[in-house]
Design a protein around this ligand. Structure first.
Ligand code: FE2
Length: 319
């Protein structure tokens, strides 16, 4: 397939991998298996993949009792853009940085964003979508007279997400984060709500959200979001995690910004993992008309009320 490229821009194309640390790796292993990810031990870390591709979407490091913490993100670029990206990031206030001491790879170049988040910019395969995913049919089975009917409770297989969709970071200054990721790294504002939350997409085609930023008193990782095959899998994912004892979460509902159906599970460290279906897609020819939504009408079209802990940043509080 032809590599998608928006003309005239110097931009990363993917959130290739994330890396965070948790107090107890064995808790993370159980949690992400329950969520439906493929979890492998690689040395002293966990590698998170889906059952749909061999790509490792993220690593979890052993924080040895320290609270959960975002360690770094690897952002993927085309080979012909890497030098220009390095110049562009430096011209826009990026601070050069050393590679993370526990990173699997140290190639490309490493910088810190205005919130001091560590970023690796490196040549990688594009792992963001090149087109809008076609939704599968909602889950049915056929009964004895060939009428499509619902499965019995407990009869469906485990929900297993297809791929990472996006990452939402806490930001101490959302406008500053958007300016940096746009000017330095070529991400594009999709939509926002005041100075509370903003969503960016990749210039070379991606979901409506690639990286997003939520106002907080400190940096941190709010959630990783994982695409599932249909709306049923959002609901069944909720059931799966409730049955596994993860009682806190938000959804099922439908977002306004990005249009996706969602269910957020609260992870053992107070942040979230999202099942997402049918998020808007922004291709290389599309000039998305970024809107500024009113806070009271931007978050969800329908669904249960937002739990009061949803915006909590556990990386900001003392362990
Ligand atoms: Fe999300």
């Amino acid at each position: 397939m032809k590599t998608p490229r928006r003309a005239g821009v110097t931009a990363i194309h993917s959130a290739f991998q994330f890396c965070f640390s948790v107090p107890d790796l064995s808790v993370a292993e159980v949690y992400y298996k329950q969520f439906g990810l493929k979890v492998d031990h690689q040395g002293d870390r966990l590698a998170l993949a889906t059952y749909h591709s061999p790509h490792t979407w993220g690593y979890v490091l052993d924080g040895r009792g320290q609270k959960k913490r975002l360690e770094y993100l690897t952002l993927g670029a085309y080979a012909e853009d890497l030098d220009d990206l390095q110049r562009q990031t430096m011209a826009n206030g990026a601070k050069p940085a050393d590679a993370h001491p526990s990173s699997v790879t140290s190639d490309g170049f490493w910088i810190r964003d205005p919130d001091n988040n560590l970023l690796q910019i490196a040549v990688r395969e594009k792992v963001t979508p090149n087109e809008k995913a076609k939704g599968n049919a909602i889950l049915y089975k056929e009964n004895a007279i060939k009428v499509p009917i619902a499965h019995a409770r407990g009869e469906t297989p485990q929900v297993r997400p297809q791929r990472l969709s996006h990452i939402l970071l806490f930001s101490t200054d959302v406008a500053r984060s958007v300016a940096f990721y746009s000017d330095a790294l070529g991400l594009r504002l999709s939509d926002k709500s005041a100075d509370i939350v903003a969503f960016t997409h990749g210039a070379h085609s991606s979901d409506h959200h690639l990286l997003a930023f939520l106002k907080s008193s400190a940096p941190g990782l709010h959630h990783t979001s994982w695409a599932v095959a249909n709306l049923d899998e959002v609901g069944l994912g909720m059931e799966q995690m409730l049955a596994a004892g993860h009682k806190e979460g938000w959804g099922v509902g439908r977002h306004v910004i990005g249009s996706n159906y969602f269910y957020y599970v609260r992870d053992p460290w107070g942040s979230f993992t999202e099942y997402s279906y049918d998020i808007d897609f922004i291709g290389v020819e599309t000039q998305w008309p970024a809107a500024d939504y009113l806070p009271e009408s931007s978050l969800y079209l329908w669904g249960p009320g937002v739990p009061e802990y949803f915006g909590e940043n556990t990386e900001a509080t003392s362990a």
